[in-house]
Design a protein around this ligand. Structure first.
Ligand SMILES: NC(=O)c1ccc[n+]([C@@H]2O[C@H](COP(=O)([O-])OP(=O)(O)OC[C@H]3O[C@@H](n4cnc5c(N)ncnc54)[C@H](OP(=O)(O)O)[C@@H]3O)[C@@H](O)[C@H]2O)c1
Length: 323
């Protein structure tokens, strides 16, 4: 009886896995990226690594913007050696949790690159159990996943505009729909209770709201901005975490319903290259299709407030504004 129940459970898990994978969106675009330059933050692992692999296969010059140079250089070598790699891959240091590092990276890009056609803000963490503030006084998950990318995008906007048509892709998550409110005066959990999932969900909501407002600000510039949810993807995002009830639950969920990183990269790739996304801006994509983000993520006023609070948080200077 027990054996039969176990076999039925395994069969059910396998059926879920197959169903989820078969129904996952795939990017079928044949777009060539020869002569194009792309930046991918967090390209040293998971979804970012497979996004980079694909863009290099299309002929792009891909800049892996990573905090761990040794790890990123190994990934860059692996991409160069993989069959069909016709583009170029280079590694630059970027720590999205450190505003000085973001400014240094952007300065280097502006000095060395003549064009940026694709910016994929992909780096992300599921933050620590206890709230941590960085040396900039920002909560670690929020700065890694949102503020760092907000600043980076703003610093590169002039070049992105000059390179138009160009695309900004913000890698969000379906977790953006978990928060039921967003207080622009408590983005670093000054007044609200911190938890791993509250911080992650809030940072991913900020990714979508930032995208919406960026799209409005860039209207008519030839630069588009869209956000994506890659699906449940079995990457190393949980690796830094000690086992807890939450982590175990997510790992078990990943066993039944998850994509590998190559499949998880498909929606980012699609929004970065597909012809049918030409000129499409301010949208949210799941499984290579447009989808509706949460009600909260569609509030224009909230997006405007978030933009203002984010400018203050990253101390955006007048000469750093290009919108
Ligand atoms: N996996 C999922 O199921 C899932 C679902 C929805 C959304 N997402 C989103 O997808 C994105 C990619 O995640 P993933 O699943 O591929 O995770 P991952 O395998 O852990 O990759 C995350 C990448 O971000 C980098 N990173 C983390 N903190 C950074 C920092 N401060 N500065 C620069 N780079 C940093 C990591 O660098 P290191 O290699 O140095 O650690 C790594 O390259 C994230 O934004 C995540 O929120 C994932």
């Amino acid at each position: 009886m027990l054996l039969e129940a176990l076999v039925a459970l395994v069969a059910l898990v396998l059926a879920f896995r197959v169903y989820y994978r078969v129904n996952s969106g795939r990017c079928h675009s044949q777009t060539s990226l020869v002569g194009k330059t792309a930046i991918i933050t967090g390209g040293s692992a998971g979804i970012g690594k497979y996004t980079a692999k694909d863009l290099v296969r299309r002929g792009a010059r891909v800049i892996l913007a990573c905090r761990n140079l040794e790890k990123a250089c190994k990934v860059a070598a692996e991409i160069r050696e993989s069959p069909g790699s016709v583009g170029e891959v280079v590694v630059r240091h970027l720590d999205t949790s450190d505003l000085a590092s973001v400014r240094k990276f952007a300065e280097q890009i502006l000095q060395t690159e003549t064009a940026i056609h694709i910016l994929i803000n992909n780096a992300g963490i599921l933050g620590p159990k206890e709230k941590q503030l960085t040396k900039d006084g920002l909560e670690l998950t929020m700065v890694t996943n949102h503020f760092g990318h907000f600043l980076l995008t703003n610093l590169l906007l002039g070049l992105l505009k000059k390179s138009a048509p160009s695309r900004v892709i913000n890698v969000s998550s379906s977790a953006h729909s978990q928060p039921k409110k967003l207080d622009p005066d408590s983005l670093n959990f000054e007044h609200d209770k911190y938890s791993v999932m509250a911080a992650y969900g809030q940072s991913k909501l900020c990714n979508v709201l930032f995208t919406q407002e960026l799209a409005v600000k860039l209207s008519g510039s030839g630069v588009t901005a869209n956000s994506v949810h890659p699906g449940a993807v079995n990457t190393g995002i949980l690796d830094a975490h000690p086992l807890s009830f939450l982590i175990c639950a997510i790992k078990i969920m990943f066993l039944a319903v998850s994509k590998d990183s190559e499949l998880g990269a498909q929606t980012s790739i699609y929004v970065a290259v597909a012809e049918e996304v030409d000129g499409v801006s301010g949208r949210y994509f799941v499984d290579c299709k447009e989808a509706e983000p949460s009600q909260l993520a569609q509030q224009r006023q909230l997006a405007q407030q978030l933009w203002k609070s984010s400018e203050v948080a990253v101390k955006l200077q007048p000469h750093e504004k290009h919108y």
